[in-house]
Design a binder for this molecule. Structure first.
Ligand SMILES: NC(=O)C1=CN([C@@H]2O[C@H](COP(=O)(O)OP(=O)(O)OC[C@H]3O[C@@H](n4cnc5c(N)ncnc54)[C@H](OP(=O)(O)O)[C@@H]3O)[C@@H](O)[C@H]2O)C=CC1
Ligand SMILES: CC(=O)C(=O)O
Ligand SMILES: [Mg+2]
Length: 545
């Protein structure tokens, strides 16, 4: 910490969450900054403060209570918040992020205390620049932006979705090492079509229906242009938009500005990492796989497109590569005769009779891999899993929808219905499963293995574009960090206990790729990993005098 940044004194300093150290202010700092009498006598270390937080958390009865408590901690002492969270990621990621964040979002208007981030409302059109200028930090390097259109598998929950950009950016720091002062969560409020949300007397968002697509995109354009002017080195991270908007907005901006969509590209990255390791277990190649998607929205399309790119890298023509993909959505199999398909779905429509029956479609196509990105909990019934198990000695089954109740099937269901033959992963962490004397450890196929690492690489290299190649590189980086012992238990992803180091290693690969692609104007560092570690956030109190 640059000492010149500490302008506040006394109560003002104690109430500044970025600068506050609470009982850890030294005696010299207490003298210099007028803190005498405002803090109890003991001068504590951050380790002692962590112990107190852990004890207080033990008295909470549910993860949502722990979420509210930790949010309060972040509002009072940012360093201590990150110290606690980073001390035990296995325990804290499910509280500040998936799955608890799903519950926190549904209750956002009820549990909100101190506001965080920026809210831009379409009702104040033409004032985007003015509203954004009220945010004090000038060196914003990442904005995570949603319009609440599709939050996890919870659908349109309007401004309650702001919990997601806040949580995603906390992972940039806790799981990727990006310093929090460069991060801004942002909600682009164009209303909501969720009647229940709009009728809630405590709802904090704009109480009106969403506009037509053209009006929405004009609003997004104004926002994007304003960000370019105010924060020229900022990367825009789009998160949890309605599927078609997610795909179309990425197409609209990806070649013009530094931006990415985590649901499309980050999710594709983690699914590819899972596939690479599943193929090690099967001793197969991607060319041998026929991949059936239940769900053809932003995540499904992102995954399909990345798998196609990989198959093309392996020598297939685009058409042959696309023939390895089958898609099925709420209206059934994607077939050429359907008139309701989006442009981005058409390449995956097959020349077949329509069917609305998932099991029938699986029997027709005989896939080797089944991926759930449907938002529909329990879509993979016993019959679905048994069908996959009848078709394949080692069926790959990924149930990626979040949060927990939206997973297409649980780990226990996948293993027991396939007699332990399924190679399974889910968007949330399910517990180990014991079956016939064998223990299975399901991996968590969640984009949090990817986006913090990609962000850290963009941050240190000042990349000016984000290409799909970075997500393929990240996928390889994550996959290579899974050892044989984990693979033997069926786990496709690295241990979350070491998430920060895993992200650094992944970021180092992505950083090198950024220079190879020529999308940074910087001189490449000699040792990318060391460079990343040197620039990473440390949850430590710097001396102020
Ligand atoms: N694990 C991870 O890291 C990630 C997980 N996800 C999860 O993936 C899910 C989907 O996200 P996303 O693609 O962005 O959402 P979208 O809303 O864009 O897409 C959902 C898709 O599922 C289809 N669908 C709905 N009901 C059914 C059904 N009964 N059977 C088959 N398909 C159905 C929809 O069809 P239609 O359009 O016809 O309604 C649509 O194609 C979410 O639950 C999200 O939490 C997303 C990103 C990352
Ligand atoms: C994990 C995530 O990004 C999602 O479920 O939308
Ligand atoms: Mg998401």
């Amino acid at each position: 910490m640059d000492q010149s940044k500490v302008h506040a004194t006394g109560i003002e300093l104690l109430h500044n969450p970025t600068l506050n150290k609470g009982t850890a202010f030294s005696t010299a700092e207490r003298d210099k900054f007028g803190l005498r009498g405002l803090i109890p006598d003991a001068v504590e270390t951050i380790e002692v403060q962590v112990q107190r937080v852990l004890m207080q958390l033990d008295h909470k009865h549910s993860n949502i209570d722990r979420f509210v408590y930790l949010t309060g901690l972040l509002d009072t002492n940012e360093t201590l918040f990150y110290r606690v969270v980073m001390s035990d990621p296995v325990r804290f990621l499910p509280i500040i992020y998936d799955p608890t964040i799903g519950e926190a979002c549904t209750k956002f208007s009820h549990i909100i205390r101190r506001v965080r981030g920026v809210y831009l409302s379409i009702a104040q059109k033409d004032s985007v620049a003015k509203c954004l200028s009220h945010w004090p930090d000038r060196d914003i390097r990442f904005i995570c932006v949603t319009n609440g259109g599709r939050i996890l598998g919870l659908g349109d929950i309007g401004a309650n979705g702001m919990g997601i950009p806040i949580g995603k950016l906390q992972l940039y720091t806790a799981a990727g090492g990006v310093p929090p002062e460069h991060l801004l969560p942002l909600f682009l409020d164009a209303g909501s079509n969720n009647e229940q949300v709009l009728a809630d007397p405590l709802y904090v968002g704009l109480r009106r229906k969403r506009p037509d697509t053209e009006t929405l995109y004009r609003f997004v354009d104004e926002f994007v242009e304003t960000v370019q002017q105010r924060y020229p080195h900022c990367c825009l991270h789009f998160e949890d938009w309605t599927g078609s908007d997610a795909v179309h907005l990425l197409q609209r901006y990806r070649d013009r500005i530094c931006c990415y969509n985590d649901d499309i590209q980050g999710t594709a990255g983690i699914a590819l990492a899972g596939m690479i390791n599943a193929l090690k277990i099967k001793q197969g190649t991607l060319k041998d796989e026929k991949i059936f998607f239940a769900g053809a929205g932003s995540a499904g399309i992102g995954l399909a497109d990345l798998f196609v790119s990989e198959l093309i890298n392996e020598g297939l023509s685009r058409e042959d590569a696309q023939n390895h993909i089958i898609m099925f959505d709420e209206k059934g199999l994607l077939v050429k005769s359907r008139k309701d398909l989006f442009d981005f779905q058409k390449p995956y429509a097959c020349d077949q009779a329509p069917t609305m029956q998932l099991v029938e479609a699986i029997k027709i196509h005989k896939p080797t891999t089944l991926i759930g990105v449907s938002t529909v909990g329990q879509l993979f019934t016993q019959e679905v899993v048994e069908t996959m198990a009848a078709l394949n000695p080692r069926p790959i089954i990924f149930a990626l929808s979040n949060p927990t109740e939206h997973a297409e099937c649980t780990a226990e269901q996948a293993y027991s219905w396939s007699q332990g033959r399924a190679i399974y992963a889910a968007g949330v962490q399910f517990p180990e499963v014991s079956l016939n004397g064998k223990t299975y450890l399901p991996g968590q196929a969640n984009n949090f293995y990817i986006f913090p690492a990609v962000a850290m690489a963009i941050y240190v290299t000042r990349a000016n574009r984000v290409s799909d190649a970075l997500f393929i590189e990240a996928a390889r980086g994550v996959a290579e960090q899974v050892d044989q012992a984990l693979l033997q238990k069926g786990c496709l992803f690295p241990p979350q206990s070491q998430i920060l180091q895993i992200s650094f290693n992944t970021a180092a690969r992505v950083g090198r790729k950024i220079f190879e692609l020529g999308i940074s104007d910087m001189e490449p560092p000699q040792d990318m990993l060391k460079f990343i570690q040197e620039h990473s956030y440390k949850a430590e109190y710097p001396p102020y005098c």
